[in-house]
Design a protein around this ligand. Structure first.
Ligand code: BG6
Length: 473
């Protein structure tokens, strides 16, 4: 059933956009910044990692937000953003990750970003770790496989809460924490190649991240009492390929593999289905009593990315679908983007309801959008992009957000992904664009870096101005 009258988004609803440091800042070796795993991933997760920085890595300059942040934030303000989600590059604050003292120049940069946001009345939403583990931690400790990472992350998070805690209300501990098993190097700084990695080490790394995340919540309660701490998961509703009970069980188990992260963050302990899975794999994790106590520090809200849904089957004849890090069985009823991500606005309503029913925590949609190729054109002497396809995608998803609000789901806000064009995480392309603002930079690194508002810029401005009333149903 679809609601026929325009939904009233709550007056407190936070509209905005989202980015991540490694995909936007550039200046990869300036301001005392150390290397992160992204500096050796010139082809994203689809290509091999390199031994060191290579000239073909678009993220090294990205869109030069490091120098142009004031201009970009002014454009966000022009759209009426109430919130801007960005990440702090861990290796700007701790260049190697295991130092005792932070890099003041890195901290000062984010002070300036926060100054600019404050000037425009935009609420910051900060991701502490977004796929940018310091490379030194990957090479020396094998990333999150090592328990030592918990301490390094605690020190990093403590510095952030102490420095920015009075200015930043909303924090996310790890971007898409449930991607760790799928993309161990990017998501967990795990240097050992995936095909040589013992499954036990992967699950141990997952446990270490979950403990670190809960520990950050505990530390925030002391150092930044007004902070609201959220976890962040990659959401992907899973449909049974057929109505058979076996397919329904396949969906339930695939769901469990994703939901365990939110379950631990909201309930403070591992669910039985996960312990069973470990037992059946004969994996004995190193979980201390202190870890168990730390996990009880549950989050204030749950945030998530949503791009697509997927299907699942018990059959071995599965076919493979492209997708946001995880992929799955293609759903024959849905269209797909140019990159093969299946487009499913209704899935967003489903996932909002599922998470709310399950966790009863306020939800924050912190990523959603369409990666597409854009063509810069000139209309009446003004350069722009006529991105009706992006407007349609966002409109249809936001209508479903309205439906979920009608369902009674508590939603804090919505930050559309890549609100300005950025380097893609999976393929490291600039031509996979999400933004309301076109950035003149190409996959070969050429371009002036000039910014041009697209048609969607004006459309989103109106959506925000009318608090959703201008959406077409
Ligand atoms: C999410 C990540 O998985 O998807 C972002 O949190 C990423 O970092 C986004 O950019 C879109 O993926 P892609 O590969 O199109 O950039």
């Amino acid at each position: 059933m679809t609601h026929s009258t325009p939904t009233l988004f709550p007056a407190t609803f936070l509209w905005g956009g989202a980015t991540a440091a490694n995909q936007i800042e550039g200046a990869y070796n300036q301001g005392g910044k150390g290397l992160s795993v992204q500096d050796v991933m010139p082809r994203g997760i689809v290509g091999p990692r390199t031994d060191g920085p290579t000239p073909d890595n678009l993220k090294h300059e990205a869109i030069d937000f490091y120098h142009r942040y004031a201009e970009d934030i002014a454009l966000f303000a022009e759209m009426g953003f109430g919130v801007y989600r960005f990440s702090i590059a861990w290796s700007r604050i701790f260049p190697r990750g295991d130092e005792a003292e932070p890099n003041e120049e890195g901290l000062a940069f984010y002070d300036r970003v926060l100054d600019e946001l404050e000037k425009h009345g935009i609420e910051p939403l900060v991701t502490i770790s977004h796929y940018e583990t310091p490379l030194h931690l990957a090479e020396t400790y094998d990333g999150w496989v090592s328990r030592d990472l918990i301490g390094f992350y605690e020190r990093y998070a403590s510095v952030l809460f102490a420095r920015y805690g009075a200015r930043v209300k909303y924090w996310l501990t790890f971007n898409e924490i449930n991607s760790l098993l799928h993309a161990p190097f990017m998501s967990g700084g795990i240097n050992t190649p995936k095909d040589q990695l013992a499954e036990k080490d992967l699950y141990q790394a997952m446990h270490h991240e979950l403990v670190a995340s809960a520990s950050a919540t505990r530390i925030a309660r002391e150092l930044a009492p007004s902070a609201q701490i959220g976890c962040m998961v990659l959401s992907m509703p899973i449909y049974p390929l057929t109505p058979s009970p076996e397919d329904a069980v396949a969906v339930m188990e695939a769901d469990h593999a994703n939901l365990v992260y939110g379950d631990v963050h909201t309930r403070g302990e591992y669910p039985g289905y996960f312990l069973r899975a470990l037992r059946e794999k004969s994996i004995n994790l190193d979980i201390t009593d202190e870890d168990r106590a730390t996990l009880t520090n549950t989050v204030d809200f749950v945030s998530f990315s949503y791009y697509m849904s997927i299907a699942e089957t018990s059959s071995t004849d599965r076919g493979t679908g492209e997708g946001n890090i995880m992929g799955g069985v293609p759903n024959p009823t849905l269209p797909a983007s140019e990159w093969g991500w299946q487009i499913d606005p209704i899935g967003l309503r489903i996932v909002l309801n599922q998470f709310w029913d399950r966790w009863q925590k306020p939800l924050f949609i912190v990523e959603n959008g369409l990666g597409a190729r854009d063509e810069l054109v000139e209309i009446d002497g003004v350069k722009t992009v006529v991105d009706d396809y992006r407007i349609a995608y966002l409109n249809d998803h936001l209508v479903q957000v309205g439906e979920a609000l009608e369902d009674g789901v508590q939603i804090l806000g919505y930050t559309s992904w890549g609100c300005i064009d950025i380097v893609s995480a999976s393929t490291a392309q600039l031509s996979k664009r999400y933004g309301f603002i076109y950035v003149d930079r190409n996959d070969d690194g050429t371009g002036s870096l000039a910014r041009y508002p697209k048609k969607s810029f004006h459309w989103y401005t109106e959506v925000i101005r009318t608090n959703g009333a201008s959406l077409s149903r």
